[in-house]
Ligand binder design. Sequence first.
Ligand SMILES: Nc1nc2c(ncn2[C@@H]2O[C@H](COP(=O)(O)OP(=O)(O)O)[C@@H](O)[C@H]2O)c(=O)[nH]1
Ligand SMILES: [Mg+2]
Length: 331
Amino acid sequence: MAGRRDWTRENLAAGVRDGDRRALARTISLVEDGDPLAYGVVADLYPQTGSAYSVGVTGPPGVGKSSLVSALIRHVREGGVTVGVVSVDPSSPFSHGALLGDRIRLSDHFLDPEVFIRSMGTRGHLGGLAEAALQALLVLDAAGKDVVFLETVGAGQSEVEVIGIADTVLLVLMPGSGDAVQALKAGIMEIPDVIAINKMDHPAAKTMMSEVRSILSLDRERSWRPPIVLTDATRGENVPELWARIDEHRAHLEQEGQLEERRRKNLAGEVFAVASGRAKAHLERAVAGDPELRRLLDEVQRRELDPLSAVREIMEKVFHLGDATDGTDTR
Ligand SMILES: Nc1nc2c(ncn2[C@@H]2O[C@H](COP(=O)(O)OP(=O)(O)O)[C@@H](O)[C@H]2O)c(=O)[nH]1
Ligand SMILES: [Mg+2]
């Protein structure tokens, strides 16, 4: 077994750089487990990242995200493009069950040495799924994958932190995804870069397409108008067209100099999201473990201490932040 080998920070990083599948698999497992070794490996690899193009694939469960990713892989592999996939959908066919006879035949991809697929969502994820997905993406990037797909299930806001790192966001819908369309309309869901309406042989597919188109037409400000493509993932229909739209979005970002800007924003957002997540966890632990801090909350409840004075004391005690940083405008 590969696991017998003694992995170190050095040989893992070197193995990933060489595209060694066992090193890649091991590193991503360590990332998933929140193992400190993984942080070191990713830190070493980080300077070699930035050449993969990342495509976030999101949408409600069951619309065909995994099937579309699989079909897109088949399509781009014809052009020799190497691929990594991080799927953070526990119900995805990328999980093991699907290997046994799913008609998507993902096993084709599993045998392809230039395609690396990892499904997340079943393990512990000490640092959170978003953190693990980001790290895995960086590892696949450093391993030299040309394109990395990041599949995440979602129809509203919860997936944003995972998908927020993608260069191009593809939203997958199908006839019946009314809630997601409403979320788009209400502005709860961010406007994606490309939209696929999958299961196109469904009689309501074209109606949904015009509905989505009319929602998007309300927003004329954008330099990029998100294209909508009708697809059939299981038959591969319009999959080359879908990839062409993704490619056009990439070209658009590159021509306008927006790709670097977008990545800068995405990475900053990611850093702040992870940092604030940790700060929150730290705060909760500190308050739970400190009778004095809990007493403050009791005092607030008894109306002996006002809420913002309690906040000030907590910030001082937990983060050593004094008055100047309490967010109050003192001008
Ligand atoms: N008829 C039809 N079924 C599809 C299509 N794409 C996916 N499916 C099926 O829809 C189900 C859910 O697909 P899956 O890719 O797992 O969706 P996900 O949850 O969004 O990843 C599976 O049974 C697929 O075989 C399509 O274009 N047409
Ligand atoms: Mg899936």
